[in-house]
Every structure is written in C-alpha cells, then in structure tokens.
Design a protein around this ligand. Structure first.
Ligand SMILES: [Zn+2]
Length: 218
C-alpha cells in the first residue's frame, strides 16, 4: 500500500499529534525499508506485472516487514515519541505506535504473501494488489476519508489552510496513479530512492498543512 497508509495518520492527527508526525509514523516501516534495500540488507526484484498493481517482488524484508519486527518497530517508535514529544503524553505515544503498526496491517491486505510472521516464518498477505481497481480504490478511499476527517477536526488559519491540503492531496494522487499505471522502476535502488523521496516530500507538505490549520476548539 502507498498513499492509503496516510488515511489513519490524517484520521488521528490535528489534536494530540501533528499531521506530519503521523505521516512519518505510518510509513516508518517503509522509511526503514528503503535504506535496507539500498544497503543490501533486504531485497526486492523488479518484475514487470508481478502484481496487477505494481512491479515489486518483495521476496526478502524480514527486518522491516515481518510481523515480529513490525511490533518491535512500533514499540520503539512509540517509545521514542514519548521521549521526543512529551507534550503528546502517553496517549500520543500509543497513537504513534499504533500508526506505525497500521502500516503492517494495511500491507497485509495488499501484498502477495511476502510478509513473514517472524524471521524464516510463514509468509502472509491477502494479495489485493492483484485486483488493480480494488487496490487503487482502497488507497484513495482511505486517504480521502482520513484527510476529510482531519479537515473537519481542524480549521483553516487563512487561505493556505485549504491550498496546502489540496496540494498535498494532488501530489499524493499523482504519485499513486504513477505507481499503479506508470512504467516499472529501473531497478531496486530506483524504487527505494523514489519511495523515500515521496515519503520526505509528503511529510514536509504535511508539516506545511500543520502550520496552516488549527485544531478546532470543542
Ligand atoms: Zn510497506
């Protein structure tokens, strides 16, 4: 899954946690995955048409995408957030940990069985990527629902309060469509670099959105 991951982030942001914090959290496993691939710790093969939605044969990623390590990273990220952003409190840390873990849950629906339960354990995945209309529909439904809810829970400080989320959504939509309908990346390194670039750009735009909107007072 790609932009759909941002749905839960946006759904819970705007109050206790910032939107851009949520954006980093939901892609945390992939943010670790990109350098792991570049360093040769984990492996992906680019196979054109490997799934109906993309070209990734993600045959080895136990350190970032096994269920066991997803739990470990969720706890680590939640713990780090507790220390680094104390004002969000214990609840904020739990929220960040849960958002990190939501990545694995959503990947479980989309991926072919390439998600190991533990190192060398059985691999799982419900293969929704093999149904492109359904896969694309899920990505957009999640992100639109999450961002829509975020917009109702926050209020614009000025005109940019609407412009910034619109630009963020437009870029996410373009990246998603390119990923689903565009050509395969040249190689694993290019896949990793494009992924990490997208995550940085989206998180930066989310920080801009944070700066243009305020939580609604109840
Ligand atoms: Zn992933």
């Amino acid at each position: 899954m790609f932009i759909g991951h941002y749905g839960p982030a946006a759904g819970f942001a705007g109050g206790r946690i910032k939107l851009w914090h949520g954006f980093i959290a939901v892609q945390f496993l992939d943010i670790l995955w990109a350098p792991a691939v570049l360093l040769g710790v984990e492996h992906v093969r680019i196979v054109e048409g490997y799934t109906a939605s993309n070209h990734f044969d993600l045959y080895h990623m136990p350190y970032t995408h096994s269920l066991l390590m997803a739990i470990v990273w969720s706890v680590v990220a939640g713990g780090a957030y507790r220390v680094l952003w104390r004002r969000a409190g214990m609840l904020g840390a739990l929220l960040i940990g849960s958002l990190v873990f939501s990545h694995w849950v959503l990947d479980f629906f989309m991926h072919k069985p390439d998600l190991a339960l533990w190192f060398g354990g059985p691999k799982v995945g419900l293969s929704l990527w093999d149904n492109r209309p359904l896969a694309v529909g899920m990505e957009f439904t999640l992100v639109i629902a999450g961002l829509g809810y975020y917009l109702t829970r926050t209020q614009s400080k000025g005109v940019f309060g609407l412009v910034a989320p619109a630009i963020l959504f437009a870029l996410m939509a373009l990246a998603q469509i390119f990923g689903n309908f565009g050509p395969p990346p040249a190689d694993a390194a290019q896949a990793a670099y494009s992924a990490i670039t997208a995550y940085i750009v989206f998180a930066a735009l989310a920080a801009w959105v944070d700066a243009t909107r305020l939580p609604k007072s109840r």
